[in-house]
Design a protein around this ligand. Structure first.
Ligand code: HAM
Length: 436
């Protein structure tokens, strides 16, 4: 029968790769706990309206990239393309604003965007997402960026570029928009078809355009940063001041607008050249009007999302470093020895020892090979005759040292093996230390 394969842009994470994912997630959780950031788990499916309203109707994500379908002809639903809108929906729905003046949340999970798959770009990808909701003190932006850089560096990432910008507030956008539109109109002959449309609907999005002709025009375009109101200017200056005091290096990127409409004031991205064309490992920023736009209280927020696939591709260690190996392999020869091995394996696991055995009728050589391939620390060798003589052999797979182990009962044998493996200095009974 023909094989059913996975969907283009949807990737499996196979067991040899999973160790790195655990490492990253554990690293993130431990840093988050230092900063009092609590986990929230949210559904991957939401009403489409949440993203249309939150991310913006004329963004690429909403216009072209969402997986949207009618639920049995009823509600219009969408697989979440990002987490911020969902976290805020949950924040409103559960009145989390009543719990603390500054609510710090993180969530980890898959997102879905129907983009053209390429290196570092998938249709299902994962994000580690953090949101600080409730206050707009510039030190909060600085803390969030500090925490992000600390996390990325603690995971071993190097050569990162932090780019920051300010996108101002509704008040300072008012004079900026006509200025930008006037400039672009003067060059509309050189704009791509998409940008001509964006000029009418959402001119700021033109900064996201990858077309060379549009990029050329944007070099001299007026930027938001030059039109900031007094309060946004002060906010941005303070963010930069504190980043400096925290020794966080950054560059100003006045053309960075981020691909989602909700951003206000501070916006930032962390990029790395080693990632190639899809070079952003993290994107984030402040979104002071979003909560209100989603029907919640008028409260500010700031956050970021790390692309986990991109982050993992930058970890300078091999998958092998993260693979957990068994403590012991039981190589049993003969029907009775296999029966004993089966019970011993379960008793050892109950005692916290990672144990493997083999259920197929293999030779001792075959069993040792398998133990070797699994990188087991020890192999216990026991055949029917050894079982009768109550004497098995324990081999240290690294040193090749072999010791005799006196057998008593399954429970007793498991106990002595466990204490030996756990390094309790209690050698197995009768260990003679002969070399094998
Ligand atoms: P974003 O810039 O759209 O921001 O995505 C954040 C990160 O997700 C990117 O920097 C990238 O590493 C990763 N990413 C995005 N799309 C893909 C893809 N197709 N394949 C692989 N990785 C991808 C947001 O999503 C905002 N919600 C971030 C945020 C949180 N802003 C405030 N709070």
């Amino acid at each position: 029968m023909a094989q059913v394969t996975s969907i283009r842009g949807f990737k499996d994470i196979v067991p040899d790769e999973v160790g790195k994912w655990h490492y990253v997630e554990a690293g993130a959780r431990s840093v988050f706990s230092l900063f009092g950031i609590r986990e929230i788990r949210i559904p991957i499916l939401e009403k489409t309206e949440l993203f249309v309203r939150g991310i913006g109707e004329t963004t690429d994500i909403v216009e072209k990239e969402m997986y949207t379908f009618k639920d049995r002809g009823e509600d219009l639903l969408t697989l979440r393309p990002e987490a911020t809108a969902s976290v805020l929906r949950a924040f409103i729905e559960h009145h989390l604003y009543e719990t603390d003046p500054l609510v710090k949340l993180f969530t980890i999970g898959p997102m879905f965007r129907r983009e053209r798959p390429q290196k570092g770009r998938f249709r299902q990808f994962h994000q580690i997402n953090v949101e600080y909701i409730g206050q707009d003190d510039p030190r909060i932006d600085a803390e969030l960026i500090f925490m992000l850089m600390y996390l990325l560096q603690s995971l071993g990432l190097e050569s990162l570029n932090l780019e920051i910008n300010s996108l101002g507030c509704a008040q300072c956008r008012k004079p900026y928009r006509p200025e930008l539109v006037a400039y672009l109109r003067n060059h509309d002959g050189e704009l791509c078809q998409d940008c001509l449309r964006r000029l009418e609907t959402n001119p700021l999005r033109i900064f996201d355009c990858k077309a060379e002709s549009c990029q050329k025009i944007l070099v001299d375009a007026p930027v938001m940063l030059d039109t900031l109101c007094h309060s946004c200017r002060h906010h941005f200056d303070t963010v930069q001041q504190y980043l400096g005091e925290l020794s966080i290096h950054f560059t100003l990127n006045t053309r960075m607008v981020r691909g989602l409409d909700y951003y206000t004031k501070t916006a930032f991205e962390v990029t790395a050249q080693s990632l190639g064309a899809q070079n952003a490992v993290t994107g984030g920023g402040r979104y002071d009007g979003l909560l209100k736009l989603l029907g919640g209280p008028d409260m500010p927020g700031v956050g970021f999302a790390i692309g986990v696939e991109r982050l993992i591709s930058m970890i300078p260690r091999s998958n092998e470093d993260f693979i957990e190996h068994p403590d012991i392999f039981i190589a049993a020869l003969g029907a009775r020895a296999q029966g004993y091995a089966f019970l011993l394996a379960q008793a050892l696991r109950r005692a916290g020892i990672k144990t493997e055995m083999d259920y197929s009728p293999r030779s001792l050589k075959g069993l040792m090979k398998r133990s070797d391939r699994l990188h087991c620390r020890y192999t216990l060798m026991v055949g029917d005759d050894e079982l009768d003589a109550k004497n098995a052999s324990l081999r240290n797979m690294a040193t090749k040292e072999q010791a005799a182990l006196h057998l008593s009962s399954v429970e007793e044998d498991a106990r002595s093996l466990a204490s030996m493996i756990n390094g309790n200095n209690r050698k197995p009974a009768d260990a003679s230390g002969e070399k094998g």
